[in-house]
Design a protein around this ligand. Structure first.
Ligand SMILES: NC(=O)c1ccc[n+]([C@@H]2O[C@H](COP(=O)([O-])OP(=O)(O)OC[C@H]3O[C@@H](n4cnc5c(N)ncnc54)[C@H](O)[C@@H]3O)[C@@H](O)[C@H]2O)c1
Length: 342
């Protein structure tokens, strides 16, 4: 029997609107950056694939990708920034996927006790999720995002031209986070469920980013409604840590959403499972998943083994007892054949 420890407030409903914690703008990044930089010197850090694909000129080039999210890479970047003469009057700009914006944001938060920064996300996942809200982190061998900080950026620039070089499967990963965000927000949720193709889903990315920004603005330090955005991430982070680089963040979250949808929504999970299927990423974990290791990584995840579960009416609850959750996952969700689209 699963124990429910805490009920979170409905996230899509009646909360008082607040000022956004940072501007979220869409357009060619070179045009938008001038306004946000407000005359400060800009230091551009970009990841190799994006710099090469879009022929960009940047000050520092990073490898990009999950492997670079380490304390070692953070130290190297901090040293490179200091050598390049950065000070607190600079604006540090990160061009890359979520792994890059997490790393650069973290380094910005600790170098010289805090440098202003701004991400220009280059993956769908970073556009709808990772670059918004000021959570920064690097990984430890013991798990994902275990060393990090809150350091709000000065803004986020969404420039869809940067997505043209992104492989199709990667492009789909952001749509998983979009479905996750939609589980917390009625208006977005209805549009996501009505979207009949990946193109229609992709057209909702900026709306998804606005919904995330809205949630973050109500709860910048992740103590209340923002925790809803961890849907699918307890299992997802554990799988990602276990199977990196074979499983990406988006793929792991897709798999992690399946059990919580079934646990929290019962028959009501079906349209959401179909939305996930429409995106086309695998929804089952690798066969050789080790139960004890998965449980250990789930418990180390920052919620202490608690899991965010969607409930009817675009609200969420926090459920505890990771062992019981794991049993549920093994018995009902991972073993079941995923739904087929009618
Ligand atoms: N801070 C947050 O709130 C938050 C939220 C969600 C996810 N995340 C983090 O985001 C990371 C995942 O981000 P991601 O999905 O963007 O993956 P990623 O940053 O690892 O990028 C995936 C791959 O795509 C490449 N790439 C990036 N942009 C490209 C482009 N335009 N063209 C071609 N290749 C490109 C990268 O080099 C990398 O190889 C994870 O580390 C996750 O923990 C953070």
């Amino acid at each position: 029997m699963l124990e429910r420890t805490e009920i979170l407030i409905p996230v899509g409903g009646f909360l008082t609107p607040t000022e956004p914690v940072h501007p979220l703008v869409e357009g060619p990044w070179q045009d938008c950056l001038g306004d946000l930089a407000q005359g400060r010197r800009v230091l551009l850090v970009g990841e190799r694939r994006v710099v090469d694909a879009h022929d960009l000129e940047v000050d520092i080039i990073l490898a990009g990708g999950e492997r670079q999210k380490s304390l070692e890479a953070a130290t190297q970047l901090a040293r490179d920034l200091v050598v390049s003469g950065i000070d607190r009057n600079h604006l540090l700009v990160a061009i890359g996927g979520g792994a890059t914006t997490d790393l650069v944001g973290f380094v910005a938060s600790v170098t010289l006790r805090g440098i202003p920064w701004l991400p220009i996300p280059t993956t769908t996942l970073a556009m709808v999720d990772a670059s918004i809200g000021g959570k920064t982190a690097v990984n430890l061998p013991e798990g994902k995002n275990l060393v990090g900080s809150f350091h709000q950026p000065e803004g986020v620039i969404v420039d869809r031209r940067l997505l043209t070089s992104l492989p199709h499967a990667r492009r789909m990963e952001g749509l998983i986070e979009l479905v996750k965000t939609a589980l917390c927000h009625g208006a977005l949720g209805e549009k996501v469920l009505a979207a009949g193709s990946v193109e229609e889903l992709e057209a909702l990315l900026f709306h998804g980013a606005q919904v995330k920004l809205d949630l973050v603005s109500r709860d910048p330090l992740d103590k209340g409604p923002r925790q809803a955005l961890n849907l699918g991430h307890t299992v997802g982070h554990a799988l990602e840590a276990l199977f990196m680089p074979r499983l990406s963040h988006g793929e792991a979250v897709a798999i992690g959403l399946v059990p919580v949808l079934r646990m929290g929504l019962g028959d009501g999970a079906q349209p959401w499972l179909e939305a996930l299927q429409r995106v086309g990423l695998p929804l089952k974990p690798p066969n050789e998943v080790d139960r004890d290791q998965l449980l250990a990584f789930m418990q180390r995840d920052k919620k202490g083994g608690k899991m965010v579960v969607p409930r009817p009416g675009y609200s969420v609850e926090l459920w505890s007892d990771a062992e019981a959750i794991l049993e549920y996952i093994e018995s009902e969700a991972f073993v079941d054949t995923p739904p087929t689209i009618a």
